[in-house]
Write a protein that binds this ligand. Structure first.
Ligand SMILES: *Cc1c(COP(=O)(O)O)cnc(C)c1O
Length: 227
């Protein structure tokens, strides 16, 4: 796989306002270094431990990109996560937000967060219910937490079927996003809508996404035996 070329080709393909977060899970530091050198701006990681290894072996390179937590964040990993991540994309409860806020306060920094919406309402997936009122309530509550900057929404979209069948779910998330934005809450900068992965990013962008999270199309298939 020519990961630098893949990244650059897709970067040219997608509109300028769309941020590409490269999903680093199971990839080597060499692969991540290569995409950073090719101009990548944002890296996503699913596991704190894996992220730490990646981060520490990249040295100075880490400063060239923003780091996004895109996996489930465990309470006992928040301190470690705060050392690395600029953005926590998977906040899906007030409790979690309060925990992150508390740790952020202790370390004296603020952190950007997105609320994860379980748009397909799938039992096995993280994220809050895709009901507007539920999202609005959580937005209002999080906006009062001093050390968090709420800046966006994130969704995985449904896993099933043909990726183009995700369109109505993406549209629904975009609709919630616009309604939250229109509230114009003083402490909320609702700017980023993180949706779309390798098999669905084109549809997600057409439905209003401005951040896609890509792994396979850039790095090739994952080999889970060798994480
Ligand atoms: C792995 C992962 C991606 C990227 O998946 P691909 O299908 O390889 O593009 C995006 N978002 C999250 C949350 C992921 O875990």
């Amino acid at each position: 796989m020519h990961v630098a070329e893949n990244y650059q080709r897709i970067r040219e393909e997608v509109p300028d306002n769309v941020t590409i977060v490269l999903a680093g899970k199971t990839r080597t530091p060499e692969e991540i270094r290569e995409v950073i050198e090719a101009g990548a701006t944002d890296i996503g990681e699913n596991y704190v431990q894996e992220a730490e290894k990646m981060y520490d072996s990249l040295g100075e390179e880490t400063k060239k990109v923003r780091w996004h937590m895109i996996g489930h964040l465990q309470k006992n990993k928040i301190n470690k996560a705060l050392r690395i991540f600029d953005v926590m994309q998977t906040v899906d409860s007030l409790e979690k937000a309060i925990d992150i806020n508390k740790r952020a306060k202790e370390t004296g920094r603020t952190v950007s967060v997105y609320i994860e919406i379980n748009i397909g309402s799938e039992m096995t997936k993280a994220g809050i219910k895709p009901e507007y009122e539920v999202v609005e309530n959580l937005v209002r509550e999080i906006s009062e937490l001093e050390y968090l900057n709420l800046e966006g929404l994130m969704t995985m979209g449904p896993r099933f079927g043909d990726p183009k069948d995700s369109r109505p779910y993406f549209r629904e998330t975009k609709d919630i996003f616009e309604r939250i934005k229109a509230l114009n809450l003083s402490r909320v900068k609702m700017e980023t809508l993180s949706m779309g992965m390798s098999n669905s990013y084109k549809f997600a962008i057409e439905e209003g996404s401005n951040m896609v999270r890509l792994g396979t199309v850039v790095f090739g298939e994952r080999n889970f035996k060798n994480p």
